[in-house]
Ligand binder design. Structure first.
Ligand code: ARG
Length: 579
């Protein structure tokens, strides 16, 4: 544990309990960062009310019994009864040293590591992977990395859409265009034009429609030749998806694919088990479950369709099978779904039915990590100028090209190879960070200039702060590792501010994990970069007045760079040593 605030909070809570006894139960004794001192507690006001005393009196009593001498150099009652705390510099120094000595930079491990299945990315076969899938991929990748970092077991599942009625028309279109031609089109990522041509034929031609329908039946009955053609479609599309993942540098691999089709064998069981539980109702010829508490606009109970009139299964059926598989085969404690906001109701209904059926019992839980849309400059869904879906490989190429221009301008002396590498890291980092740094629930506007700017809450700004620290060491020819066990002396205010920030990495990361909200970590890293910047302006490092001061500052610089690199790392973003 590193964050001084978390530290002192425990001592303060104990003091409140001592003073208030039963009256202290439920009183908010949180310690918060403050402008007046390092931190402030205002629980005395609530406890005073509960005890019928004056807040000032309570605060004074709390301070009398609080065991904080080793942590705080000053503790004062202020105003009506606030407690202002100032941390002891030796305590901060000790915490910095322990942070520096740990690989995890002071971040606490999960007290109860969990087995977590995370469902993310999930593009659809033979359909362009769009910016929504990019969001899911980037947010999911960051969550995977941070959940693993604190010691959980994480299972990645890419629930690609590889089954269902559209495959009838897609396979018939494949037959018409010839396998080689179709494979070429799909493997280079012309997924949309393939899908659109199939769709157009389906809409325009009745004989084609009839063929498509017959093909669906063949597919579902396991016809060998049909399955071979289906596999071809899946293989070519997933090859394209994997290429995007590799470019993006996310952890997803081919072996993480658990598409809808993977649950086919379980579907009849879902129906059977729901039937046995007497949860199925026949409605308009379909078999449905009325999940408790879900109604439509007319206030009528809303059904979750399990089996359609034609006997086919539904998206919801495979998601129920999915829950069963994740709980019963994988024995997961937590099921995360990084899926866009429009599917909120679908996932809520699936969760409600799974709970009702007893497949998902507390403390096991299913969480929808929902996210908003990616918008263009016109505030509408991001599209190309011609109105098409933006192709992700083109988008990523453009990011790297734009970053290359910025990098050349900033640092023309670098070799071409170094420039290319940095451009890749900065360009991809910018795209990912723009996505991660806005609250995922909100829509965000895709804006090249803003995301690639070296100022503001952007990847290049954070990466630059890291590179600047690396260059201090490079210029002085000092090995980073050699300063790691120096004991810091904190004197200057900007130095102190940076030290406090560095020590908050632990609580910032945990706060992010608890809410599955990467933007919280981004805000922290941005504040860290800003603190570093003002430290560096005010506190000479290599030209420090004494050797002790220089060593102390070098230690603080190294630790800042490590926190920055690790923080960006769990977001899936690299930090180059120069840029
Ligand atoms: N393939 C779906 C889509 O593109 C997302 C699947 C999300 N995962 C799930 N288990 N339903 O919208």
């Amino acid at each position: 544990m590193a964050d001084p605030i978390v530290y002192v909070e425990q001592r303060i809570a104990a003091a409140f309990a001592k003073v208030g006894g039963a009256a202290a139960v439920g009183v908010d004794t949180a310690v918060r960062a403050s402008d007046r001192a390092d931190a402030q507690v205002n629980g005395s006001l609530a406890l005073a009310k509960a005890m019928g005393l004056k807040p000032h009196e309570v605060a004074t009593k709390v301070l009398e019994v609080a065991e904080i001498k080793d942590i705080c150099s000053d503790a004062q009652v202020a105003g009506p009864g606030f407690i202002n705390l100032t941390f002891n510099n030796q305590f901060l120094a000790r915490e910095l040293m322990s942070s520096s000595a740990s690989d995890k930079l002071g971040v606490r491990d999960a007290t109860k590591p969990r087995k977590i299945v995370i469902d993310y990315s999930a593009p659809n076969v033979a359909k362009e992977m769009h910016v929504g899938h990019l969001r899911s991929t980037v947010i999911g990748d960051a969550l995977v990395r941070m959940l693993m970092f604190v010691g959980n077991t994480v299972v990645r599942e890419n629930h690609v859409g590889d089954w269902g009625t559209p495959f009838g028309m897609l396979i018939e279109h494949l037959v018409d265009s010839g396998e080689t031609h179709a494979a070429n089109e799909l493997s280079v990522g012309d997924l949309d034009s393939f899908y659109r041509s199939a769709r157009k034929k389906f809409d325009d031609s009745e004989p084609f429609q009839a063929r498509a329908r017959a093909r669906v039946v063949l597919l579902q009955s396991g016809d060998k030749e049909t399955l071979r053609l289906w596999k071809l479609l899946v293989a070519e599309s997933t090859r394209y998806f994997q290429m995007i993942y590799r470019t993006l540098g996310v952890l997803l691999e081919g072996t993480d694919i658990m598409g809808e089709s993977a649950y086919n064998a379980l579907l009849p069981q879902v129906v059977e088990r729901l039937g046995k539980l007497k949860m199925l109702t026949t409605s308009d010829g379909a078999e449905v479950v009325f999940a408790e508490g879900f109604v439509n606009r007319e206030n009528q109970p809303l059904p979750l369709i399990i089996r359609k009139t034609d006997g086919g299964y539904n998206y919801a059926t495979s998601d129920l099978a999915c829950v069963i598989d994740r709980v019963e085969r994988l024995n997961a404690d937590l099921l995360l779904y990084v899926v866009g906001a429009p599917q909120a109701q679908h996932l809520q209904m699936v969760a409600a039915v799974a709970k009702q059926a007893g497949w998902l019992q507390a403390p096991r839980e299913m969480v929808h990590v929902s996210f908003g849309n990616v918008l263009g400059a016109d505030k509408k869904m991001l599209k190309t100028r011609s109105g098409d879906t933006v192709k992700l490989d083109a988008l990523l190429t453009e990011a790297v090209e734009r970053a290359a221009a910025a990098v050349s301008e900033k640092n023309p002396e670098l070799s071409d190879a170094a420039k290319a590498d940095i451009a890749r890291i900065v360009g991809l980092g910018a795209v990912k960070y723009a996505d991660l740094s806005t609250d995922r629930i909100k829509d965000y506007t895709f804006d090249w200039d803003r995301m690639l700017s070296f100022d503001g809450n952007t990847a290049p700004y954070l990466q630059y702060a890291h590179a600047r620290i690396c260059s201090i060491f490079r210029r002085a020819n000092i090995k980073r590792a050699s300063v790691r066990n120096f004991s810091p002396t904190i004197s200057h205010a900007a130095e102190r501010d940076l030290a406090m920030r560095v020590l908050q990495f632990d609580s910032a990361l945990w706060d992010t994990i608890d809410k599955y909200s990467p933007h919280r970590l981004c805000t922290y890293l941005y504040d860290l970069a800003a603190s570093f910047s003002s430290f560096y302006e005010q506190c000479p490092v290599l030209k420090a007045e004494t050797e002790t001061e220089r060593d102390s500052r070098l230690m603080l610089c190294d630790l800042t760079a490590r926190v920055m690199q690790t923080g960006l790392g769990v977001l899936g973003i690299e930090a180059p040593e120069q840029m």
